[in-house]
Ligand binder design. Structure first.
Ligand code: NAI
Ligand SMILES: N[C@@H](CC=O)C(=O)O
Length: 386
């Protein structure tokens, strides 16, 4: 049983119980019941009957196949049971059967303004709708990077829609799985600073892999372990190729004031061509194609006392233009970016006030529970701020 499903078995009570006042609650539609979506449901379930739980009313939960909805409010645990992603409760049999999933249902269930869509998918179809929902006055809270981390055009549409309607876009979970990275960049600029540069570890799964890889165990075995722990993208090649880090770099860069396109980021992929060409279904069996090249890179670094880390960098040049790159680097063992444990992300930010000594933000950068917490922090913030 994975982490998110376990949370349904023994939910933690995270806040003080209070009497229900459903009229104050903001309607929420959750898209995605995978690793992150299940953890969102578990966290909402643990909030049932508490002050935090009163602020969000779950009315729709969907995955790519099926959806359940109830305008009067869904019990998160029951919704998970009905969708087959958690143990089924005794009285679930009396609930209406799930219906086929359709993104068109969101308008009807949330109404036109004030509700929140929580995007816990990795779906291009869902990301393509972010700007449209915002333009209707529906808030969007997302873990998916395809909204802000792809074309500049889509990023501008999202920003314009927020500007026009006042709807908010909660993106904390897109970089650093909820760490205060985007917020810090925005607050520095709101206080008059210009961002000069940033450098850091932006992938939780790659951090975990290179924190654990010792050249002895096959790298592919560790990739499977990271996937099973819920750290990788649905297709781990999105992490190993640097694409996920490219998207995060693009999101951070834009938040830092640099309107770059994805192709402006130089990417050094770890995925050999024969692995890149396979269908998603064939990837697992072919992961050992990573083993020899990674062992060679590890051995080269080890001989010099260096550590391998997958690093993202954005620098500004004298003409004010930015240059960004992501890839594997062999760092001296005492380099600040070589420190860290588990899935730690670590990002150094240089700005006017932090011109020589950077601001450094570090903490777990992947995993269902931290990501779900980041999503729900944003939902509470954009819904009805208190
Ligand atoms: N796993 C992690 O540590 C983190 C993940 N993220 C992001 O969270 C998102 C979800 O990741 P996981 O939960 O690991 O993926 P997953 O593959 O476990 O789950 C994805 C879910 O989205 C659903 N889905 C796909 N298309 C849909 C549609 N059109 N309508 C409704 N549901 C749809 C799928 O059925 C599935 O339930 C990804 O964008 C990922 O980049 C962000 C930060 C950390
Ligand atoms: N796959 C991602 C999950 C969070 O965005 C990562 O490894 O960082």
């Amino acid at each position: 049983m994975n982490v998110a499903a376990q949370a349904f078995v023994s939910p933690r009570v995270l806040a003080r119980p209070v009497a229900a006042t459903a009229s104050e609650a903001t309607r929420v539609a959750l898209l995605g019941t995978g690793t992150v979506g299940r953890a969102v449901l578990a966290r909402l379930d643990a909030w049932s009957g508490t002050a935090l739980g009163e602020r969000l009313q779950l009315v729709h939960v969907a995955n790519s196949r099926v959806a359940v909805r109830d305008a009067a409010g869904l019990c998160p645990r029951q919704a998970a049971g009905l969708l087959g992603v958690a143990p089924v409760a005794v009285d679930d049999a009396r609930r209406p059967a799930p219906e086929p999933s359709s993104l068109d249902a969101i308008d009807a269930v949330l109404g036109t303004t004030g509700g929140i869509v929580i995007d816990a998918t990795a779906s291009e179809d869902v990301a393509a709708r972010h700007a449209g929902w915002l333009a209707q006055g529906v808030h969007v809270v997302t873990a998916c990077k395809l909204g802000q981390g792809t074309s500049l055009r889509r990023w501008r549409e999202i920003r314009a829609a927020c500007h026009d309607t006042g709807a908010q876009y909660g993106d904390s979970a897109t970089v650093g799985a909820g760490l205060p990275l985007l917020r810090s960049l925005r607050e520095l600029q709101a206080g008059g600073d210009r961002i000069h540069a940033f450098a850091g570890i932006l992938s939780g799964s790659l951090a975990w892999l290179f924190n654990h890889y010792d050249g002895m165990r096959p790298f592919s075995a560790l990739v499977r372990q990271a996937r099973d722990a819920g750290y990788t993208e649905p297709d781990p090649r999105d992490d190993l190729s640097g694409e996920d880090v490219r998207r995060k770099t693009v999101i951070l860069a834009r938040a830092a004031g640099f309107e770059i396109e994805p192709h402006d980021v130089e990417v050094d992929s770890l995925v050999p061509r024969e692995l890149a060409l396979l269908s998603k279904a064939a990837v697992d069996a072919a992961l050992p194609a990573l083993d020899v090249p990674l062992r060679q890179r590890f051995a080269g670094a080890y001989k010099k006392g260096e550590k391998l880390r997958f690093v993202a960098r954005l620098e500004t040049r004298e003409d004010g233009r930015s240059h960004a790159r992501v890839g594997l680097e062999a760092l001296p063992a005492d380099h600040p970016l070589a420190a860290g444990a588990g899935t730690d992300n670590k990002v150094a930010i240089w700005s006017d006030r932090y011109a020589t000594q950077p601001l450094v933000i570090q903490g777990p950068g992947a995993g269902a529970e931290v990501t779900a917490a980041g999503l729900l922090d944003d939902a509470l913030r954009v819904g009805r701020p208190r």
